[in-house]
Write a protein that binds this ligand. Structure first.
Ligand SMILES: *Cc1c(COP(=O)(O)O)cnc(C)c1O
Length: 376
């Protein structure tokens, strides 16, 4: 071989090396040494052809979350939004109708309220704490009930079993976004939910260094979701999948510490002078109630001084990392809503959402008490 040939072919490529962790298959396609071998791909003998249609790292992530949720199959996507869209399109098509909870994540609200129209799918929003209201919205076209296990920012616990029983009675499918609860706290698939989706950008990844999503469910629905990911170009990159799998291995340790810290913080701020209300679910599961605490300051406490008074806690418009962070729903996640819509769900200028991290609980509590004090 001449130099110009060697420079592209002298790689580790074909040696079998048993690494402890899964290597990153940072490749856009897979190679074949004969036409028979290539034909083997179409006969299901070898799993990989082209990374957009499948890659060991993205499959590893899909399989991992499916295993944690107790579901037969899982598909990774480039973001939580991609995973949610793939899941929805696995059960709904043009002409169909979906009923969604009105207090879902802002990005999902936009996807359902705006983008799904272009797919010919109609969506109604209902107060899911009122089962009569869900039932009133069912039409002959309705295919799916959509909600979240723990909602944002007021942490309402969805009555998942109740939702599944309505769906069963009316021949509908159900889908739950389990991002806030994570499979550590809740497994909606085991309660009869058909599709469970995650923004793996949050607790599954856990380190705020990737954008990723996963949707899990039965083989038949996941085969459809996988086709949507492939054909709409929503595939996750192998490197991002690898980072997400690495992050997910410590999910239990992180969630345990974060839930413990959140419970302590919610307790410490409840009744603290300057804090009007603390939102934190009670016993969302045996293992804890999640790591998000939402607070509303008293009207006379200055919200600007509160945020500048948070010494080491940063304002970050996401959640679930190992660091404690705060976000401002009115200014970010719920910015696009009208004043009336915000008022209806209770988001006002004094509301702060706290994503509790793995630090020492005493330091976290002190940081928030100091900030509340400095807002007086
Ligand atoms: C962040 C989030 C999403 C969207 O996920 P991306 O990874 O940002 O696309 C969906 N649902 C919930 C509950 C989220 O917190």
């Amino acid at each position: 071989m001449k130099f110009d040939t060697k420079v592209v072919h002298s790689t580790l490529h074909n040696r079998s090396i048993k690494s402890k962790t899964t290597p990153i298959y940072q490749t856009s396609a897979f190679s074949f040494s004969s036409l028979e071998e290539l034909e083997g791909f179409y006969e299901g003998k070898s799993p990989y052809l082209y990374t957009r249609s499948g890659n060991p790292n993205t499959d590893e992530l899909g399989d991992m979350v499916a295993a944690l949720e107790g579901a037969p199959a899982g598909v990774a996507a480039a973001s939580g939004m991609g995973a949610i869209l793939a899941g929805i399109l696995a059960v709904a098509e043009s002409g169909d109708h979906i009923i969604a909870a009105e207090d879902i994540y802002g990005g999902t609200y936009h996807l359902l309220n705006e983008e799904l129209k272009t797919f010919g799918i109609k969506v109604s929003f209902a107060d899911f704490s009122d089962h009569e209201e869900i039932v009133r919205n069912i039409t002959p076209e309705t295919k799916l009930l959509y909600s979240e296990s723990i909602t944002n920012p007021f942490l309402r616990l969805e009555d998942i079993k109740g939702m599944v029983s309505i769906a069963k009675r009316h021949g509908l499918r159900t889908m739950i976004d389990n991002t806030f609860a994570t499979p550590y706290l809740m497994n909606p698939y085991n309660d009869g939910v058909d599709i469970v989706a995650h923004s793996a950008t949050k607790y599954i990844g856990g380190h705020s260094d990737v954008t990723a999503g996963v949707t899990v469910g039965p083989d038949e629905l996941m085969a459809k979701a996988r086709n949507k990911v492939i054909n709409l170009g929503m595939n996750l990159s192998p490197h991002e999948a690898w980072l997400t799998v690495r992050g997910c291995k410590t999910l239990s340790l992180r969630m345990k510490q974060q839930c413990d810290n959140a419970e302590k913080l919610a307790e410490a701020l409840d009744g603290y002078e300057g804090v009007k209300t603390v939102y934190y679910p009670k016993k969302a599961s045996e293992k804890g109630s999640g790591a998000i605490v939402t607070i509303e300051l008293e009207e006379h406490n200055d919200i600007h001084r509160f945020f500048t008074g948070l010494s080491w806690v940063k304002i970050v418009p996401t959640l679930a990392g190992v660091e404690t962070t705060v976000s401002y729903p009115q200014g970010t996640s719920h910015r696009a809503l009208t004043d009336e819509a915000r008022e209806k769900i209770g988001v006002n200028p004094q509301v702060v959402r706290i994503s509790v991290g793995i630090e020492d609980a005493e330091d976290i509590i002190k940081a928030f008490k100091d900030a509340v004090d400095s807002s007086k």
